[in-house]
Ligand binder design. Structure first.
Ligand code: FAD
Length: 106
């Protein structure tokens, strides 16, 4: 089985990068694609306990994909839910774009 920590780090990079390049004004079909991707991702993620908890979390935290900022913040909240579960620091979601798209401001 894959290394859950290394898998997690590279997967968060992929997920946040997807939100960072998501359109600011997505079409209905782009929003459908995002929702479909998340549904498939949550059922295929190769850490089964992680995938199960993520699916449960998504039931009460419906994906918000109406814009880049909504999607980016939703993904940040998803990541924070895992951070809390693992006892890691919570990330300030107003700064998600600085971390994953524009780079930190000095
Ligand atoms: P990571 O949590 O991997 O974060 C990488 C970088 O992202 C950080 O250095 C930081 O710069 C940035 N970051 C941190 N928080 C946020 C945020 N909220 N928003 C934006 N950027 C942020 N591991 C388990 O042991 N059990 C699980 O149940 C589990 N479930 C997971 C579910 C999913 C969907 C994913 C993708 C991963 C899961 N993991 C799980 C792995 C876990 O989340 C971490 O990836 C892993 O523990 C490595 O942590 P890390 O401290 O290196 O940083």
């Amino acid at each position: 089985p894959p290394d859950v920590e290394a898998l997690g780090r590279s997967t968060w990079t992929l997920l946040h990068s997807i939100t960072a390049t998501y359109p600011t004004a997505p079409t209905a079909s782009q929003q459908d694609n995002a929702r479909g991707f998340l549904r498939s991702f949550a059922s295929l993620y190769p850490c089964w306990v992680c995938a199960e908890d993520f699916q449960d979390w998504m039931k009460t935290n419906t994906p918000r994909v109406s814009s880049r900022d909504e999607f980016g913040r939703w993904m940040c909240e998803a990541h924070n839910a895992v951070n809390v579960k693992l006892g890691k620091d919570v990330f300030e979601c107003s700064r998600w774009e600085e971390r994953w798209r524009t780079g930190w401001k000095d």
